[in-house]
Design a protein around this ligand. Structure first.
Ligand code: HEC
Ligand code: HEC
Length: 128
């Protein structure tokens, strides 16, 4: 089961070429003390999740990350984003237990950052 997932992501990762995640030739699992929610992901898969987050909020990597140090938790936006990751993961595990993300789809599943944010840093809030 695990091997199938890994193989499909290796295939999917072909063509991606970011200096941040560049690793050769076999992608390794992103393992860091400041990766607390998106654990157990291969580097290309982790990169995709960061791309999804960035697009969903209409921001850049630097909105959440301190310059030159992705592992740093010094920016409050990153801490908020981690809370949001925890919330989104909880929505998924509690409400969509049957769903299995396909290759290329966010590991967050059916409800993602985009569901609420729709490309905006602050989602539309209820009137009043
Ligand atoms: C909205 C905030 C946000 C944006 C935008 C964002 N990230 Fe992240 N990033 C996070 C959070 C939160 C974590 C930690 C995730 C966790 O705890 O599971 C993280 C973790 C990482 C890590 C792992 C660092 C470590 O601990 O070793 C890397 C690398 C990374 N991001 C790169 C990027 C890149 C490249 C971009 C732009 C394409 C990006 N991020 C955009 C919030 C963000
Ligand atoms: C269920 C809806 C929902 C989902 C899903 C969601 N958010 Fe949010 N997010 C919000 C709301 C609402 C706010 C504004 C809170 C406020 O203004 O008090 C917000 C605010 C934020 C902020 C602070 C923006 C700022 O400028 O201060 C960040 C960063 C953020 N979300 C990241 C994320 C990320 C990353 C994800 C996906 C992992 C995500 N959110 C998923 C509803 C959501």
């Amino acid at each position: 089961m695990k091997i199938v997932v890994v193989a499909s992501f290796v295939g999917f990762s072909l063509g991606l070429n970011s200096p941040v995640f560049a690793q050769a030739p076999t992608p390794t699992v992103v393992d860091s003390p400041t990766v607390k929610v998106l654990t157990g992901l291969l580097a290309p898969q982790f990169q995709e999740e960061m791309n999804f987050i960035t697009q969903a909020l209409g921001v850049t990597c630097a909105t959440c990350h301190a310059r030159g140090n992705f592992a740093s938790d010094e920016k409050p936006e990153k801490l908020t984003a981690r809370r949001m990751l925890e919330m989104t993961k909880a929505i998924y595990t509690q409400n969509f237990p049957e769903h299995k993300p396909k290759p290329g789809e966010s590991v967050l599943g059916r409800v993602t950052c985009y569901t609420c944010h729709q490309g905006e840093r602050t989602p539309k809030l209820p009137p009043g």
